[in-house]
Design a protein around this ligand. Structure first.
Ligand code: PMV
Length: 315
């Protein structure tokens, strides 16, 4: 048996605008993980069991309809192997909540690609894993920017611009995050499509909003590297206001964001596609518990805390 895992993620700033060529900053959530185990299967073929989704897919056969089967098929093709000649059972599990903007799709797909390649004795670089998972994201989301598969495959804070290689950010001070789940499942594909319709109807307004987000993300990058958390929080708040103008926030998200700020967060915003799913707050070391409790009282169905460790100087 071979097993591999992959992390969840949170987009700290820049979602949606990133689909239009602007930068985004995303960080891994290493405490939330998906795992894939690969076992031999004497009957032959490739069977994929996703227990959290209660889905079983097969190869050959299900690659056009099942994102996991497609991921395995693309990986095998990349490795020059034929599923019909193999006998494998792949078991996938995930702690990353589904359809909440925390990267459950890329986490599961990344774990699967890694476990499959390792089981077959083949090494894949993070770039290769990311490129394979991107193809699954296309099936799931239609026109993904690529930020999610990139941050998950590299498991590092990343500055991402579509069509350019990722830049890894040397975070100057530990980031303490509190993530609140509205409990509302939201489709990133639909949110992205609605923004696209808005852009088509009024390109100059949307381009102005994307430009404003770009400006914020640029300043946030400097704050992250220099460890200026207060200003970083303000920029997250400003990003949230622009996301609301894009029409991707919701009453539940607005409520949790306001609660986190009132409980002392430096700043807070929705994360990912929006319309539901999760929000993320940046908080001072030591105030994670207080902000988490306030979010629970305000109706968050699940609250998670995560930290992004500072880059060690000289390394
Ligand atoms: O909802 P998530 O976690 O899949 O994040 C989507 C981020 C978007 O910027 C809205 C879309 C994209 O492809 O980057």
């Amino acid at each position: 048996m071979t097993s591999a895992s992959a992390c969840g993620k949170v987009i700290l700033l820049g979602e949606h605008a990133v689909v239009y060529g602007r930068p985004a900053i995303a960080v891994p959530i290493s405490g939330l993980r998906a795992t894939a185990e690969v076992h031999g299967r004497p009957e032959g073929g490739v069977l994929i069991e996703a227990h959290d989704l209660q889905v079983v897919s097969r190869l050959p056969g299900d690659e056009a309809t099942s994102p996991l089967a497609l991921t395995a098929a693309n990986t095998l093709r990349h490795l020059g192997l034929d599923a019909a000649q193999l006998g494998l059972r792949i078991v996938v599990r995930s702690d990353v909540p589904i359809a909440r903007g925390l990267g459950s799709g890329p986490a599961v797909a990344t774990a699967l690609v890694r476990a499959l390649a390792q089981h077959l004795g083949r090494a894949l670089s993070a770039e290769q894993v990311s490129a394979l998972v991107y193809r699954t994201e296309v099936l799931l989301h239609g026109t993904p920017s690529g930020v999610d598969n990139t941050v998950v495959a590299h498991e590092a804070p990343v500055w991402y611009v579509m069509g350019q290689g990722p830049e890894f950010l040397l975070v100057g001070v530990q980031l303490n995050l509190v993530i609140g789940d509205t409990g509302v499942s939201a489709s990133t594909r639909e949110a992205v499509a609605d923004v696209r319709r808005g852009w088509e109807a009024n390109a100059s307004r949307y381009e102005r909003l994307f430009d404003a987000i770009e400006h914020i993300v640029g300043e946030a990058r400097a704050c992250l590297v220099e460890g200026r958390l207060g200003r970083l929080g303000e920029l997250m708040d400003a990003n949230q206001a622009l996301l609301a103008k894009l029409g991707v926030s919701s009453a539940e998200l607005d409520g949790l964001v306001a609660t986190a700020r009132a409980a002392g967060a430096f700043g807070a915003k929705l994360c990912g596609g929006g319309r539901g799913g999760c929000m993320v707050a940046l908080v001072a070391r030591g105030s994670q518990v207080q902000v988490a409790e306030a979010l629970r009282v305000a109706g968050a169905v699940r609250v998670m805390t995560s930290t992004v460790v500072a880059h060690a100087r000289g390394s």
